[in-house]
Design a protein. Structure first.
Length: 367
């Protein structure tokens, strides 16, 4: 007897007209395929998406239909965990340390959890009952992200090389503070082990302006130190935070416009930014269902620009307001808002979001 399979109508990859042309019977609820047609459908699904369908064979309408009659149902909620668990565990099996075990257990727990409760994006950007860690969160862009997360209801931990007293920095009073040097792998690992379970990580820490060497410098010290800090620092934070991230969690990394608009004299910065953006895309696959994204800010008014005189800073800001299409000099709150979006939107991963007031559309103000 010809084998028959039914695919729920909502899972159809092809329009009804096309199905009619290949002779499939379509009802209001499902379409009947021969095995060959079902096979074609399956190949189409596999090639058109990473979300491979999980196929559960069960008797038609709950009644026994004989060996050759099954309903093949696709259940989107179960897809990702089932398809990612095996390769990830295989790779991690090569790692002897307990961190690999932590990651495996975390992935198993997430697979079970997310197959039962797939998250959708909330109608408001709320982080109530969530815990957020911002590395670099005591100043500048990181502080903007920490403030946005706190305002959205999260409890926030900020990490960097220094602890600031409440007297010195009253604006940090709402946050837990942790010390960590992102170039010190053991310290990063220990810091995240001490922090324990949390929901969202943002890494904004980066070297001061002018701490990189130019390409024609005498040696590689400048570029090495920039990469150690920006790229390896982001890598280490993501690596050692991952085992502690709860289901539906996210990682947000930070680069800058140079990643897309190269400039003379910035080869180390540009290459490190591009590497961070590539890392973020790779981790979106490797750590799924944890979402991983990057914010690429344009000019933002922070203390990073303290290497300029007040006059120069003022002139730069005026130039930005005048020439950027948004007619606005970016603030740390603009970046905080974007980070909040990335933490709360369940459908954004593996992407770079540029928040630059349209800086990419006009000639550079940094001449
Ligand atoms: N501002 C802009 O216009 C702009 C534009 C595009 C891209 N960016 C990028 O955004 C990043 C942050 O910029 P920002 O303006 O927020 O600068 P910022 O105000 O100087 O903030 C940098 C933060 O990183 C921390 N930090 C630096 N080195 C660290 C290390 N080794 N370990 C741990 N924490 C460290 C610092 O705290 P401690 O001193 O306490 O360690 C500080 O809180 C930079 O990578 C920058 O390239 C900035």
């Amino acid at each position: 007897m010809k084998s028959i399979h039914r695919i729920p109508l909502m899972s159809q990859p092809w329009p009804a007209s096309m199905l009619a042309r290949i002779g499939c019977k379509t009802s209001s609820r499902s379409t009947t395929y021969s095995f060959k047609e079902w096979h074609l459908w399956k190949m189409h699904s596999l090639s058109s998406s990473d979300n491979q369908p999980s196929i559960n064979a069960r008797p038609l309408n709950g009644r026994s239909q004989g060996k050759d009659r099954n309903v093949l149902s696709t259940n989107n909620a179960c897809q990702r965990p089932a398809t990612i668990a095996q390769p990830r565990n295989l790779r991690l099996a090569a790692l002897p340390d307990s961190l690999a075990e932590q990651l495996i257990n975390r992935n198993k727990a997430m697979s079970t959890e997310s197959s039962h409760q797939e998250q959708s994006s909330p109608s408001v950007m709320s982080l109530a009952r969530k815990r957020v860690v911002v590395v670099g969160g005591k100043t500048g862009i990181g502080l903007g992200i920490a403030r946005a997360a706190y305002a959205a209801g999260a409890s926030v931990t900020v990490a960097s090389r220094r602890i600031a007293s409440a007297k010195e920095r009253p604006e940090l009073a709402n946050f837990e503070q942790v010390t960590l040097h992102i170039c010190d792998e053991a310290a990063v690992r220990k810091a995240f082990d001490d922090i324990g379970p949390f929901d969202h990580l943002a890494v904004t820490a980066g070297p001061d302006l002018g701490t990189w060497g130019t390409f024609m410098d005498d040696d590689m010290r400048g570029v090495r130190s920039y990469f150690d800090n920006k790229f390896m620092g982001s890598w280490a934070c993501a690596r050692y935070a991952a085992p502690h991230l709860r289901a539906n969690g996210s990682i947000t990394l930070l680069t800058g416009g140079l990643a897309a608009r190269h400039k003379r004299g910035f080869s180390a910065v540009t290459a490190a930014f591009v590497a961070v953006e590539a890392l973020s895309g790779s981790l979106a696959l490797e750590l799924a269902p944890t979402r991983v994204n990057t914010i690429r800010p344009g000019y933002v008014d922070t203390d990073l620009w303290r290497v300029m005189s007040d006059e120069e800073r003022h002139a730069l800001k005026a130039k930005v307001r005048e020439s950027f299409p948004a007619r606005h000099a970016g603030t740390v709150d603009d970046i905080g808002h974007a980070a909040l979006f990335l933490m709360t939107n369940a459908y954004v991963t593996g992407t770079v979001i540029e928040v630059s007031g349209g800086e990419n559309l006009v000639p550079s103000v940094f001449q």
